[in-house]
Design a protein around this ligand. Structure first.
Ligand code: 6CS
Length: 316
C-alpha cells in the first residue's frame, strides 16, 4: 500500500524535499513495508484543492500552509499576524515545537475539518519583493499585493494601505511579470527558486513574519492506523523538525547570495532598520485585536496563550 503525500512546492524546494526525506525514512524504518509517494505541486490542482483532497481522504498526507485554510479554520489565521513570532527563526521554531496553544488547541480546531496537523515548522522569515521600493507604510498605498487566500492575510496588507489580491503561487510569476500585481511575500529560497526576482526590481528584508507550514494527515485515516505504524509516523515527524530547520536555513542563505549576485536580473536588496520596522508594526498591532474579537472562535484564547508562550521563549 502506498500513501500519497502532497506538497505545495516542487522538487528542490523545502516542502517537496521534506516529503521525499520523510518517505525515505519511513521506508527504512518499516523495512520497506510502508511506501510513501511524494507529490510535487501542480498535478493535483491549487493549494486549496489540495486541502480538500486531504480532507476527503483523496490523499493521506499533505504539507499545508495555513494561509490557504483561513476561510475554513478561522483560528489558523494566527500565522497571518505580522511581527507576532520572534525575529529569530530559531526561536520561532522552538515555539512551533513546544507550543501547547498550537500543538494542542489549534490542532483540535483543524481536526473539526478532518485535518490533523502533526507538526508546525518554519520555512524561514518572509520578505517582500516589489516593482517599486517598499520601505515605509505609505509605499503600500494602493499597492497591488499578491497574497494567499486567508482573509486575515488580506486584512494585514489592507492595514498598510495596500490592495491585496489572493492567488495561487502557480499564477504569480506571470502576474508579477504583467503587473497584474506589483509585489508579494515569501521566504527568500522560494523567491529565488520560483524566479520571482527575475520579474521584480526590489527585495525588502522586512522579517515581518515567519512562513509556517504544517505536516498534516487525514484525521480518520491517521486515527485508524495500527499503533506501531502510528508510532513510526510520530517518531519520524519529530525527527524531521531539526532536518527541516537546517534545510530551510541552508536554502535561504544560498538564495540570498544568489539573488544579490544575479547580474542578469539585478535586484535592489534593502534591509529595514528597527525604526522602519516599528512603523509597520504599529499598523499591524490592531490586526491582532481584530483577530481576537472578530476572527477567533474562542475569544482569542489561543492567541493569548501563544503570546505568553512566545514571551517565555524570548525571555530565556
Ligand atoms: O506563496 C505561496 O503560496 C507558496 N509559498 C511557499 C513558500 N510555499 C508554498 C506556497 O504555496
Amino acid at each position: 500500500q502506498t500513501w500519497r503525500f502532497v506538497t505545495e512546492e516542487v522538487k528542490g524546494q523545502v516542502q517537496y524535499e521534506y516529503a521525499a526525506e520523510f518517505a525515505k525514512r519511513m521506508k527504512e524504518k518499516s523495512d520497506g513495508k510502508i511506501t510513501i509517494e511524494p507529490y510535487e505541486y501542480g498535478g493535483l490542482g491549487s493549494e486549496t484543492d489540495q486541502v480538500e483532497l486531504l480532507q476527503n481522504g483523496g490523499v493521506e498526507m499533505a504539507v499545508m500552509s495555513p494561509g490557504f485554510t483561513g476561510n475554513m479554520v478561522k483560528e489558523g489565521q494566527i500565522f497571518a499576524l505580522h511581527f507576532l513570532f520572534p525575529d529569530s527563526v530559531e526561536k520561532t521554531q522552538e515555539i512551533l515545537n513546544t507550543s501547547e496553544a498550537l500543538n494542542k488547541d489549534l490542532v483540535e480546531r483543524y481536526e473539526e475539518y478532518s485535518i490533523t496537523p502533526l507538526s508546525f515548522w518554519t520555512e524561514g522569515a518572509t520578505q517582500w519583493t516589489s516593482s517599486s521600493p517598499l520601505e515605509k507604510p505609505s509605499d503600500f498605498e494602493n499597492f497591488k499585493m499578491r497574497t494567499q487566500t486567508s482573509p486575515l492575510i488580506i486584512k494585514s496588507y489592507e492595514a498598510y494601505g495596500a490592495e491585496p489580491t489572493p492567488m495561487s503561487w502557480s499564477e504569480l510569476y506571470t502576474a508579477l511579470d504583467r503587473g497584474t500585481v506589483e509585489g508579494q511575500e515569501n521566504p527568500i529560497f522560494f523567491i529565488g527558486d520560483a524566479s520571482f526576482n527575475e520579474v521584480q526590481d526590489h527585495m525588502t528584508i522586512s522579517n515581518h513574519n515567519n512562513y509556517v507550514a504544517m505536516t498534516t494527515v487525514n484525521t480518520e485515516w491517521y486515527n485508524g492506523l495500527p499503533d506501531n505504524v502510528k508510532t513510526l509516523v510520530d517518531e519520524t515527524v519529530e525527527e524531521m523538525q531539526d532536518w527541516v530547520y537546517d534545510e530551510q536555513k541552508e536554502q535561504n542563505e544560498k538564495w540570498l547570495e544568489k539573488i544579490k549576485n544575479d547580474e542578469e536580473h539585478p535586484t535592489e536588496v534593502v534591509e529595514l532598520t528597527e525604526e522602519q520596522r516599528a512603523a509597520f508594526k504599529e499598523l499591524a498591532l490592531p490586526v491582532r485585536d481584530f483577530y481576537k474579537k472578530e476572527v477567533s472562535t474562542v475569544d482569542g484564547a489561543i492567541l493569548e496563550k501563544l503570546q505568553k508562550e512566545i514571551e517565555d521563549v524570548t525571555a530565556e
